[in-house]
Design a protein around this ligand. Structure first.
Ligand code: ADQ
Length: 482
């Protein structure tokens, strides 16, 4: 019987070695949740890096493989130097900034490219060791763009899908990459390539035409006689999970472990008229965090009537601290928050509550439900699941979503208040509009967004992709040609 092989940079669990025991806890990220439904069918295998370097694993490799295989997973072991050059190197110093239009942060180092190539080969070899006739292979994200063609060369009979979780940039940006040809050839080893939005599909097809010279009809590429289908699959969230968790929280008023949420609730009880504006992201330069703080400062200057009445609750999750730009962003964010708080704070009011940590799921839900406005302002974002999670938790259909038009999610959430994250004046006036928005209008907008998100859930996203992959392969006249 054929199976689905999911391949991602990381496995959907966190492994820890303590003493002589291996502990594993499931990851809570969007990807892990989304693919759980595919993995749960029983006929699947998940391949990825266990999150510990070979040096950290030492003699535990056999035990780690056994633990992984009990949950139908297989490990790709990476040495410390490989993690440095492949993950922190080419993936996060070249591809991540380039694909998010940060050319000034994009570094090209042939040594890191070699590591990227070699590590992609390791993943491909692991897949080849497990792939059997008729299997479907679903590869994820920018760290593994060469894997499709590496598998295709050896196993023309298997069907291969690839999904990119970040934007695919416009041709004029992508063409600056020294390994643009190799990256496209790598991807075109797949039968189906998926992106979050129609725009990313068009950018990709444009690059394929101009760089590879392949002909493209509608959304199909003729790659030397092999047909490759390219389509958009906007990723959703587990709507019911967020919605029902929020309902449970509202009904029971349950207290949470975290000081942060408890303090917020106390604050709201004490000042029922005050308004909370929430922002949640990984601390990443693509997420527009400094812009957001500057815009909030501008808003307080332009609208002093809100001083003492609104509060920005800013939650940032530590991320990629080994990359210099992320450390710089952390310093910049700390300074900006300090500046705004120093300038406007009073004895009993601080304008920005800033937290640099990850939170458990229940606390995240409590924050979403407690906040009157979510302000999400990335400079570029493939999709942005936080915006969708906020909408899913609004069981009373109140609350306002302010969302950057540069996030993939803006295509689907057109009832949000859309802003250009570079336009401080617009953000400031939109905040004012959100704070004054009548309840009826809030509900009208929220209802439309919830309707969409409850239909296009993460499970539907995963099923649509797999179904489309099956159809593509059935309709491909010559699957073996490379
Ligand atoms: P990310 O850049 O990580 O994902 P996003 O889509 O917003 O961004 O997903 C973040 C996830 O982390 C959300 O599910 C959120 O709940 C969780 N999270 C955020 N802050 C947290 C905190 N403090 N504590 C705990 N959990 C927290 C990449 C792309 C996106 C794309 C996704 C999925 O960059 O554009 O939407 O993949 O394809």
């Amino acid at each position: 019987m054929s199976k689905t092989i999911i391949v991602s940079n990381r496995l959907p669990v966190e492994f820890k070695i303590s003493g002589n025991r291996i502990q594993s806890t499931p990851s809570v990220g969007g990807l892990a949740t989304g693919l759980k439904s595919v993995h749960a069918t029983g006929e699947s295998l998940w391949i990825g890096w266990p999150g510990l370097t070979s040096e950290q694993i030492g003699d535990f490799d056999v035990a780690l493989n056994r633990t992984a295989s009990e949950s139908r997973m297989a490990n790709v072991f990476l040495k410390q130097a490989e993690v440095r050059d492949f993950y922190f190197g080419f993936s996060n110093k070249s591809l991540w900034p380039l694909f998010h239009y940060f050319l000034e942060y994009t570094l090209y180092d042939p040594k890191q490219w070699d590591a990227y190539y070699r590590v992609n080969q390791k993943y491909a070899e692991c897949v080849l060791a497990h792939a059997e006739e008729g299997d479907r292979i679903w590869i994820h994200d920018y760290q593994l763009m060469l894997v499709p063609s590496m598998i295709r060369e050896k196993r023309p009979d298997v069907s291969i899908g690839f999904f990119l979780h970040i934007p695919f940039p416009a041709f004029e940006i992508f063409r600056t990459c020294p390994w643009r040809d190799e990256l496209l050839s790598g991807l075109l080893g797949a039968d189906l390539i998926g992106f979050h939005t129609y725009d990313y599909v068009q950018h990709f097809l444009n690059s394929v035409k101009r760089i590879k010279g392949f002909s493209v009809k509608f959304n199909e590429v003729d790659a030397n006689g092999r047909t490759v289908k390219v389509d958009s699959f906007p990723m959703g969230v587990d709507f019911n999970k967020f919605h029902f968790s929020a309902a449970k929280y509202e009904v029971t008023g349950q207290q949470f472990q975290s000081d942060l949420v408890n303090r917020l609730q106390d604050h709201l009880k004490q000042y029922p008229d005050s308004r909370l504006i929430l922002s949640i992201d990984r601390l990443d330069y693509t997420k527009g965090i400094p812009n957001r703080i500057r815009a909030f400062q501008y808003f307080l200057e332009r609208h002093p009537e809100y001083i003492g009445k609104v509060r920005l609750v800013m939650l940032a999750v530590p991320s990629r601290e080994d990359v210099p730009q992320y450390r710089k962003l952390k310093r910049e964010t700390d300074e900006l928050v300090g500046r705004v708080n120093g300038k406007f704070a009073t004895i009993d009011w601080t304008p920005i509550w800033y937290f640099y940590r990850s939170l458990p799921y229940e606390d995240l839900v409590a924050l979403y439900t407690t906040s009157h406005i979510a302000m999400i302002t990335p400079l570029r974002d493939g999709m942005n699941l936080v915006a969708k999670e906020y909408v899913a938790t609004r069981i009373e259909r109140d609350g306002v979503l302010i969302l950057s038009e540069m996030a993939g999610a803006a295509n689907e959430l057109s009832q949000a208040l859309l802003i250009n994250p570079e336009n401080m004046n617009q953000i400031s006036e939109t905040l004012d509009q959100a704070l004054r928005m009548p309840l009826e209008e809030q509900r009208h907008r929220m209802e439309a967004m919830q309707k969409r998100l409850s239909r296009y859930t993460i499970e539907k996203w995963a099923n649509d992709f797999v179904t489309s992959l099956e159809k593509t392969v059935r309709n491909t006249p010559n699957p073996a040609a490379c």
